[in-house]
Design a protein around this ligand. Structure first.
Ligand SMILES: Nc1ncnc2c1ncn2[C@@H]1O[C@H](COP(=O)(O)OP(=O)(O)OP(=O)(O)O)[C@@H](O)[C@H]1O
Ligand SMILES: [Mg+2]
Length: 351
């Protein structure tokens, strides 16, 4: 029997997820057709699926588009990597047509909480999970005071309360010259006085979180969960340009505990960093697949494939747990800049 899964707009890793599912269903000899859609003409992603669609730009048309597509093609499972809050608030209407929906979460309030790094830290503390000490900063004046009388003994760093791609993350370091921030932005170091001046001169203010700078290493843990139960996970320990794939250890266990508390459902990503005493603490959870989820396949564990077969009812939870621990083998990976042939035509386009 043919089963059908639909990957709706996600991050660039939507491409790796589609490839993972396709490879896995082939090796497990199950008949899975993959549908993919995006709001934009992302042919490098859409071309990887069996069937491609463009999503409506207008959110008002999304529900109708989903229901029509699910009915027309008899799709059994939908995954979304973006717009999760919209999907979560329309879950009942979407699932009423008999499709299984994965947004990464099961509750809108926990999705919103995951996006607020300070609220997230407070919830983790409440559950006794170690997390980076996080102070919400509501004005430039507040930041000036906090920097003058730091509550932490370590060097300080800052980032927006909500954010993605590490944008706005800076380490305060008064030993760097003011110009160093412009000549070497990749070091993410800024003179605190310079930062404060810029902040005070800005017309707008976005809430910030002030933290001690954690020396690392950093872990990014990709997790497959079902209503808060972790079925499979692969940790990437990041050291310099290399990433080490692991499936045990303190950071790995902490990430799994975090996903459980957050009621994760689908593919999610938890990041930790070791503090100055060498203990991992939580940095954040993203209730969606990470950009690097595709890298984890080098461990032998195909998280997107396991996810798809589970969503389609082709694999039981215990079988996933068993397979993930049986096939895992440690690996070291390095990301490289690559280029692919971009086809301007989409032969699999079905609209
Ligand atoms: N307290 C900290 N100490 C040291 N490094 C930190 C700290 N907070 C954040 N970082 C660094 O900044 C990066 C971005 O932080 P964070 O993951 O919280 O933000 P983000 O914008 O959500 O990033 P992304 O979505 O790309 O993972 C982290 O991966 C980490 O390397
Ligand atoms: Mg992050």
């Amino acid at each position: 029997m043919t089963t059908r899964i639909w990957l709706m707009e996600g991050l660039s890793s939507q491409r790796d997820i589609i490839q993972g599912i396709t490879a896995f269903s082939k090796s497990h000899q199950v008949d899975v057709e993959v549908f993919a859609s995006h709001r934009h003409q992302r042919n490098e992603i859409l071309s990887q699926a069996d069937f491609a669609l463009l999503e409506p730009a207008d959110e008002q048309q999304r529900l109708n588009f989903i229901l029509t597509t699910v009915n027309k093609y008899a799709i059994q499972a939908i995954h979304t990597g973006r717009n999760a809050l919209w999907f979560e608030t329309h879950r009942a209407a979407i699932e009423a047509c008999g499709v299984r929906l994965a947004t990464g979460a099961t509750r809108p309030d926990l999705l919103e909480l995951a996006d607020d790094k300070v609220a997230f830290a407070q919830l983790m503390e409440k559950h006794g999970l170690p997390v980076v000490p996080s102070i919400r900063v509501n004005s430039a004046a507040e930041l000036r005071q906090l920097i003058a009388a730091s509550p932490f003994s370590e060097p300080l760093c800052i980032k927006p309360v909500t954010g993605i791609y590490g944008m706005g993350f800076w380490r305060f370091d008064d030993s760097v010259s003011p110009m160093a921030t412009f000549t070497h932005p990749e070091n993410r170091k800024v003179n605190a006085g310079l930062y404060l001046n810029a902040l005070e001169e800005s017309d707008s203010f976005e809430p910030l979180v002030l933290m001690p700078y954690l020396p690392g290493p950093e872990y990014s843990v990709d997790i497959l969960a079902e209503r808060g139960t972790v079925l499979a996970a692969v940790a990437r320990r990041k050291e310099g340009a290399l990433q080490y794939l692991e499936n045990s250890g303190e950071a790995f266990e902490l990430a799994k505990a975090c996903a459980q508390v957050m009621g994760a459902d689908g593919l999610v990503n938890v990041q930790t960093r070791n503090d100055s005493s060498g203990k991992p603490v939580l940095l954040e959870i993203n209730m969606r697949p990470s950009g690097g989820i595709g890298y984890t396949r080098f461990s032998g564990v195909n998280l997107p494939g396991l996810f798809a077969l589970r969503q389609l009812g082709l694999m039981e939870p215990q079988a996933i747990i068993d397979e993930a621990s049986r096939v895992f083998s440690p690996a070291t990976v390095r990301s490289v800049t690559d280029v692919i042939n971009y086809s301007t035509a989409l032969p699999n386009f079905i609209q």
